[in-house]
Design a protein around this ligand. Sequence first.
Ligand code: AMP
Ligand code: MG
Length: 329
Amino acid sequence: MKPLICLGIESTAHTFGAGIVASKGKVLANVKDTYTTEKGGIHPNEAKEHHLKAADDVILQAIDDAKIKSDEIDLISFSQGPGLAPCLVVGMEKAKELSRKLKKPLVGVNHCIAHLSIGELLTKCKDPVLLYVSGANTQVIAYEAGKYRIFGETLDNGCGNFLDGFARHLGFGFPGGPKIYELALKGKNFIELPYVVKGMDVSFGGILTNLKQKIDSGKYKKEDLSYSCQETVFAMLVEVAERAMAHCNKHELLLGGGVCCNNRLKEMAGIMCKERNAECFIPENEFLVDHGAMIAWQGILERNKATKKISSIDIKPYERTDDIKVDWR
Ligand code: AMP
Ligand code: MG
């Protein structure tokens, strides 16, 4: 394969990211700017405005960090979906602008699959079950017969959105997951919460309602609720990941998505793997959250789909992991 350099743009939700990766898998730059709030969750149009403001600086910084000239970029990629449409459009338009300006081909890639591919690249795992736990997405994914199949997933909210909703009810802004983690460290008493696993799927809506009722009752400490929340929902996630590993007869677990930055979730996943003689692979936090380098690497993997006929390329806000035919493995 001719050596290539790809610039990838991520903008599915809260983060505008630009990453630059060389075709041998070296990450040359990974710059991002993330929308946060003091109070309340992600407002799609505010996130879009954030991305519009951040985009040019993030892209220029990435090119600067990579110590390359822009004409050394061979390929542009962007997150095509799934995601919030107003946010996706910003990334696509910036990617098209670059493609036109540099006269380089463009390829749109699937965000969830990019999480898996960057994890495989950086941790050198070979054939993992991916436990992908992010804001909007919670899926257990593995490769079988030409596609990445979703073996289990949330039936309602993503786990991150659930944690953010819980944190919001306690008065914190976005992202709420890290605040819940800090509170949980001080929790001492386990309070029983609904535990909702259906086969290899999970659901968080009822647990959130239950937690809100418990907060409003004033009978419980927020530290104890945070601790109990983490113990309960992470046990659910690890249970379905283990079931998928047993079902697929796979011996590697890979973590991906921002919620996997949580040390307690990492610890629980590690214990489960150890108990079944499997290996747990965890990329650095920088590569767990949404970022541009994973989109650049996915662009390199799917370079044969890149085109200069960019007018027909569009966002795919509802694209599913198993819609993609995997021809690069
Ligand atoms: P992503 O969409 O993959 O970038 O992940 C964003 C989500 O990860 C948000 O919902 C955050 O609240 C959540 N998150 C980030 N760090 C942590 C953490 N340490 N513990 C739990 N959730 C986290
Ligand atoms: Mg993500």
